[in-house]
Design a binder for this molecule. Sequence first.
Ligand code: 26Q
Length: 806
Amino acid sequence: MPSHAARLDEELQSRLRDELGVAPGRASRGDLMRGLAALARQQLARRWVASDAADRRTRARRVHFLCMEFLIGRSLANTLAALGCEDAAAQAVQRHAAAWEDVQAEEADAALGNGGLGRLAACYLESMATLGLPAWGYGIRYEYGMFAQTIQDGQQVEHPDPWLEDGSPWEFPRPDVCHRIGFGGRVEQGAGPGRAPVWHPQTVVHAKAYDLLIPGHATERVGTLRLWRSAAPALIDLQAFNLGDYARAAACKNAYENISWVLYPDDRTPEGRELRLRQEYFFTSASIQDILARHLEEHGRLDNLAAQQAIHLNDSHPAIAVAELMRLLIDEHGWSWPGAWAQTRQLLSYTNHTLMPEALETWPVELLARVLPRHLEIITRIHQDWTQEARLAWPGDAARHARAALIDAEGPRVRMAHLAVLGSHHVNGVSALHGKLLRETVFADFAAHDPSRFSHVTNGVSPRRWLAQCNPALAQLIDEAIGPAWRRDLDALIGLRAWLDDGAFVARFAAARQANKRRLAAVIAHETGIAVDAASLFDVQVKRIHEYKRQLLNLMHVVWRWQSLRAAPQADWAPRTVILAGKAASGYAMARQIIRLAHDIARVVNSDADAAGRLRLVFLPNYGVSLAEVVMPAADLSQQISLAGTEASGTGNMKLALNGALTLGTADGATIEIRDCVGEENMFLFGLDADGVAARRAQGYAPREQLARDPRLAGVLEAIGTGVFSPEEPGRYLMLVDQLLREDAYLVTADFGSYLQAQERTDEAYRMPEAWARRALATVSGMGHFSADRAVAEYARRIWRVRPSG
Ligand code: 26Q
């Protein structure tokens, strides 16, 4: 693809004319986006074919990354950058009188994920390709991704996300790749080859493959993300259809095709809905069948399966893979149980992404019996074998046997995380603290039994998307200082330390950040109508709305600040803009209420004369990858204020710090490791640590005692609870306040005082802009460790044992 603007424009014009049927002189921004994507697509396809051929030729060991979510966002700028022609493309569209940013904005986000987990998977695929690993991602081609959020009367309203409506320029349908996925039916014992059981499913759904190609940066390698769409077998439609019963034919088709219809929202309280189980099995079975088929095609035998393939379970959502592999090896390929079990445990590895016990998925045995009867048999056998082992390991310790069991006798229910642990050779957490807590809490018994299998790999983010692409002003400055190699070797950022005492450089760094803040201010004005001062401190908390993330603590600080500045309007208040964004799962009432409270507080504060020029509260609707790309480069302060021990890692904390925000946070997740890398003196840490939380809970924490001790807390809760921000409905937040004072499950009231103190320290620091900018630059220089390349290289070496193949 030409890296010269004039040549690229020539090719763009022929695409517009020949492929899109558009006169180049009349091309709209959407046409330009599609024309450029078509050009890039051809290039990608060529490179992909070469990468795949090389892997086949060398019989490379592959890794397969199974994940329910891939939160990709837009791909045009990223792809053109990978192909080395982004600048030329930007200039080419200018010849058509269009702005490059506007052309990019025409592409719909591929939002096939909820948040951190899905975005991490997308960053990792990009790193796998960039590192040259022979890797395949596997997931679901949801027809509707993450819902779009609007705000009406201060409340979240969800809208469907038909991201495929106009087609995706990046998809490669593979009509020949189709696997059959069974559901229901019965198992016939001893009827198969070697007296293996035979499963007669009641229904069979087709899984059809659609590939998205993932280009590596500064390499020719292109990786694959294979997504499955569910389809009814043609025969099924025809029967009812031929009888003239069109309604029944349509209903039947829907029942099959709804499996890949829509992404489940993450409310961390899995209720065991049947469609979710069907989704999990559907994509897991299709992926495993695909892996086996490709292996057989290449090797002609299965006994070297684990030597040639690695399969990674990204969270327990695809944990049914353990039973599916066993079923395929035993029932379809005639393996013995011990042989199949050994092979399975050599193939699979598992990453856990959450600690909260209530978030760990379990399925009622009764449901599995109905939907996946053969898998339930296999799970029952694994349960029995493990129970025996546990009895030998801990004789007489019935409580422990029950706690560690695969099938929880209460319900009874199958614990999918335990299934993943039992079936994997490695289990890892996503930060040092999370790994430690996994070993000490949810997987304590397994870790005591076999400690060598447990470890952690601290998460990382893509330096390409989360610095080079989203923050070109800073990227250019860094290039001038240390050269461009940091894009593939983020540790090189440490070289910026040599510039910390160069006043002119630090001033240019501050100016680049200031420009980013003006860009965000324009977006805020456009989206919310609120005018914010780009010179004020941009105080940012952007992430899914969850009680454990404690957006409420943030709002309580805003209320306290507002009350304080009204009490002392003549005092010298450092101007501040508090920016919140994030989606609440539609069924999560408390999270929705927090969004509403943010809007109620914003309405009062933003129209108060005393707050003018000093305090603004903004809720940016529809947070997603593309909005994050504007927010990350423009934040001064990054709020990472989850209760210690609840946020497995966090990745927004990394993106914000990488772009120069200082962190205001608790000692939780990867924030602890950020502290170790950028220095505590460049952060504002507060609150209980994980041990302190455990100790406080063990004492029996009483929020009301805290209330009696801290008049600031009492004042804030009184204002919220009595309707100062909701005068039209004074009791609107009574329940919320009541819950805080009765239970306060995430110790918001316990950390409140320490949080306010930390906030005061941020004010003092921001009064010295040069010193602040220097600390921000020091922060960037320390963030090399948090590259997704480092994380993926660690997985590849230690867990997957795959090597770059060029
Ligand atoms: C489960 C069952 C039914 C419906 C939904 C779900 C579900 C869906 C998504 C449960 C959990 C999730 C997502 C979890 C997640 O995003 N975890 C985050 O993972 C990040 C990457 O490792 C971490 O940085 C975050 O700390 C962690 O919260």
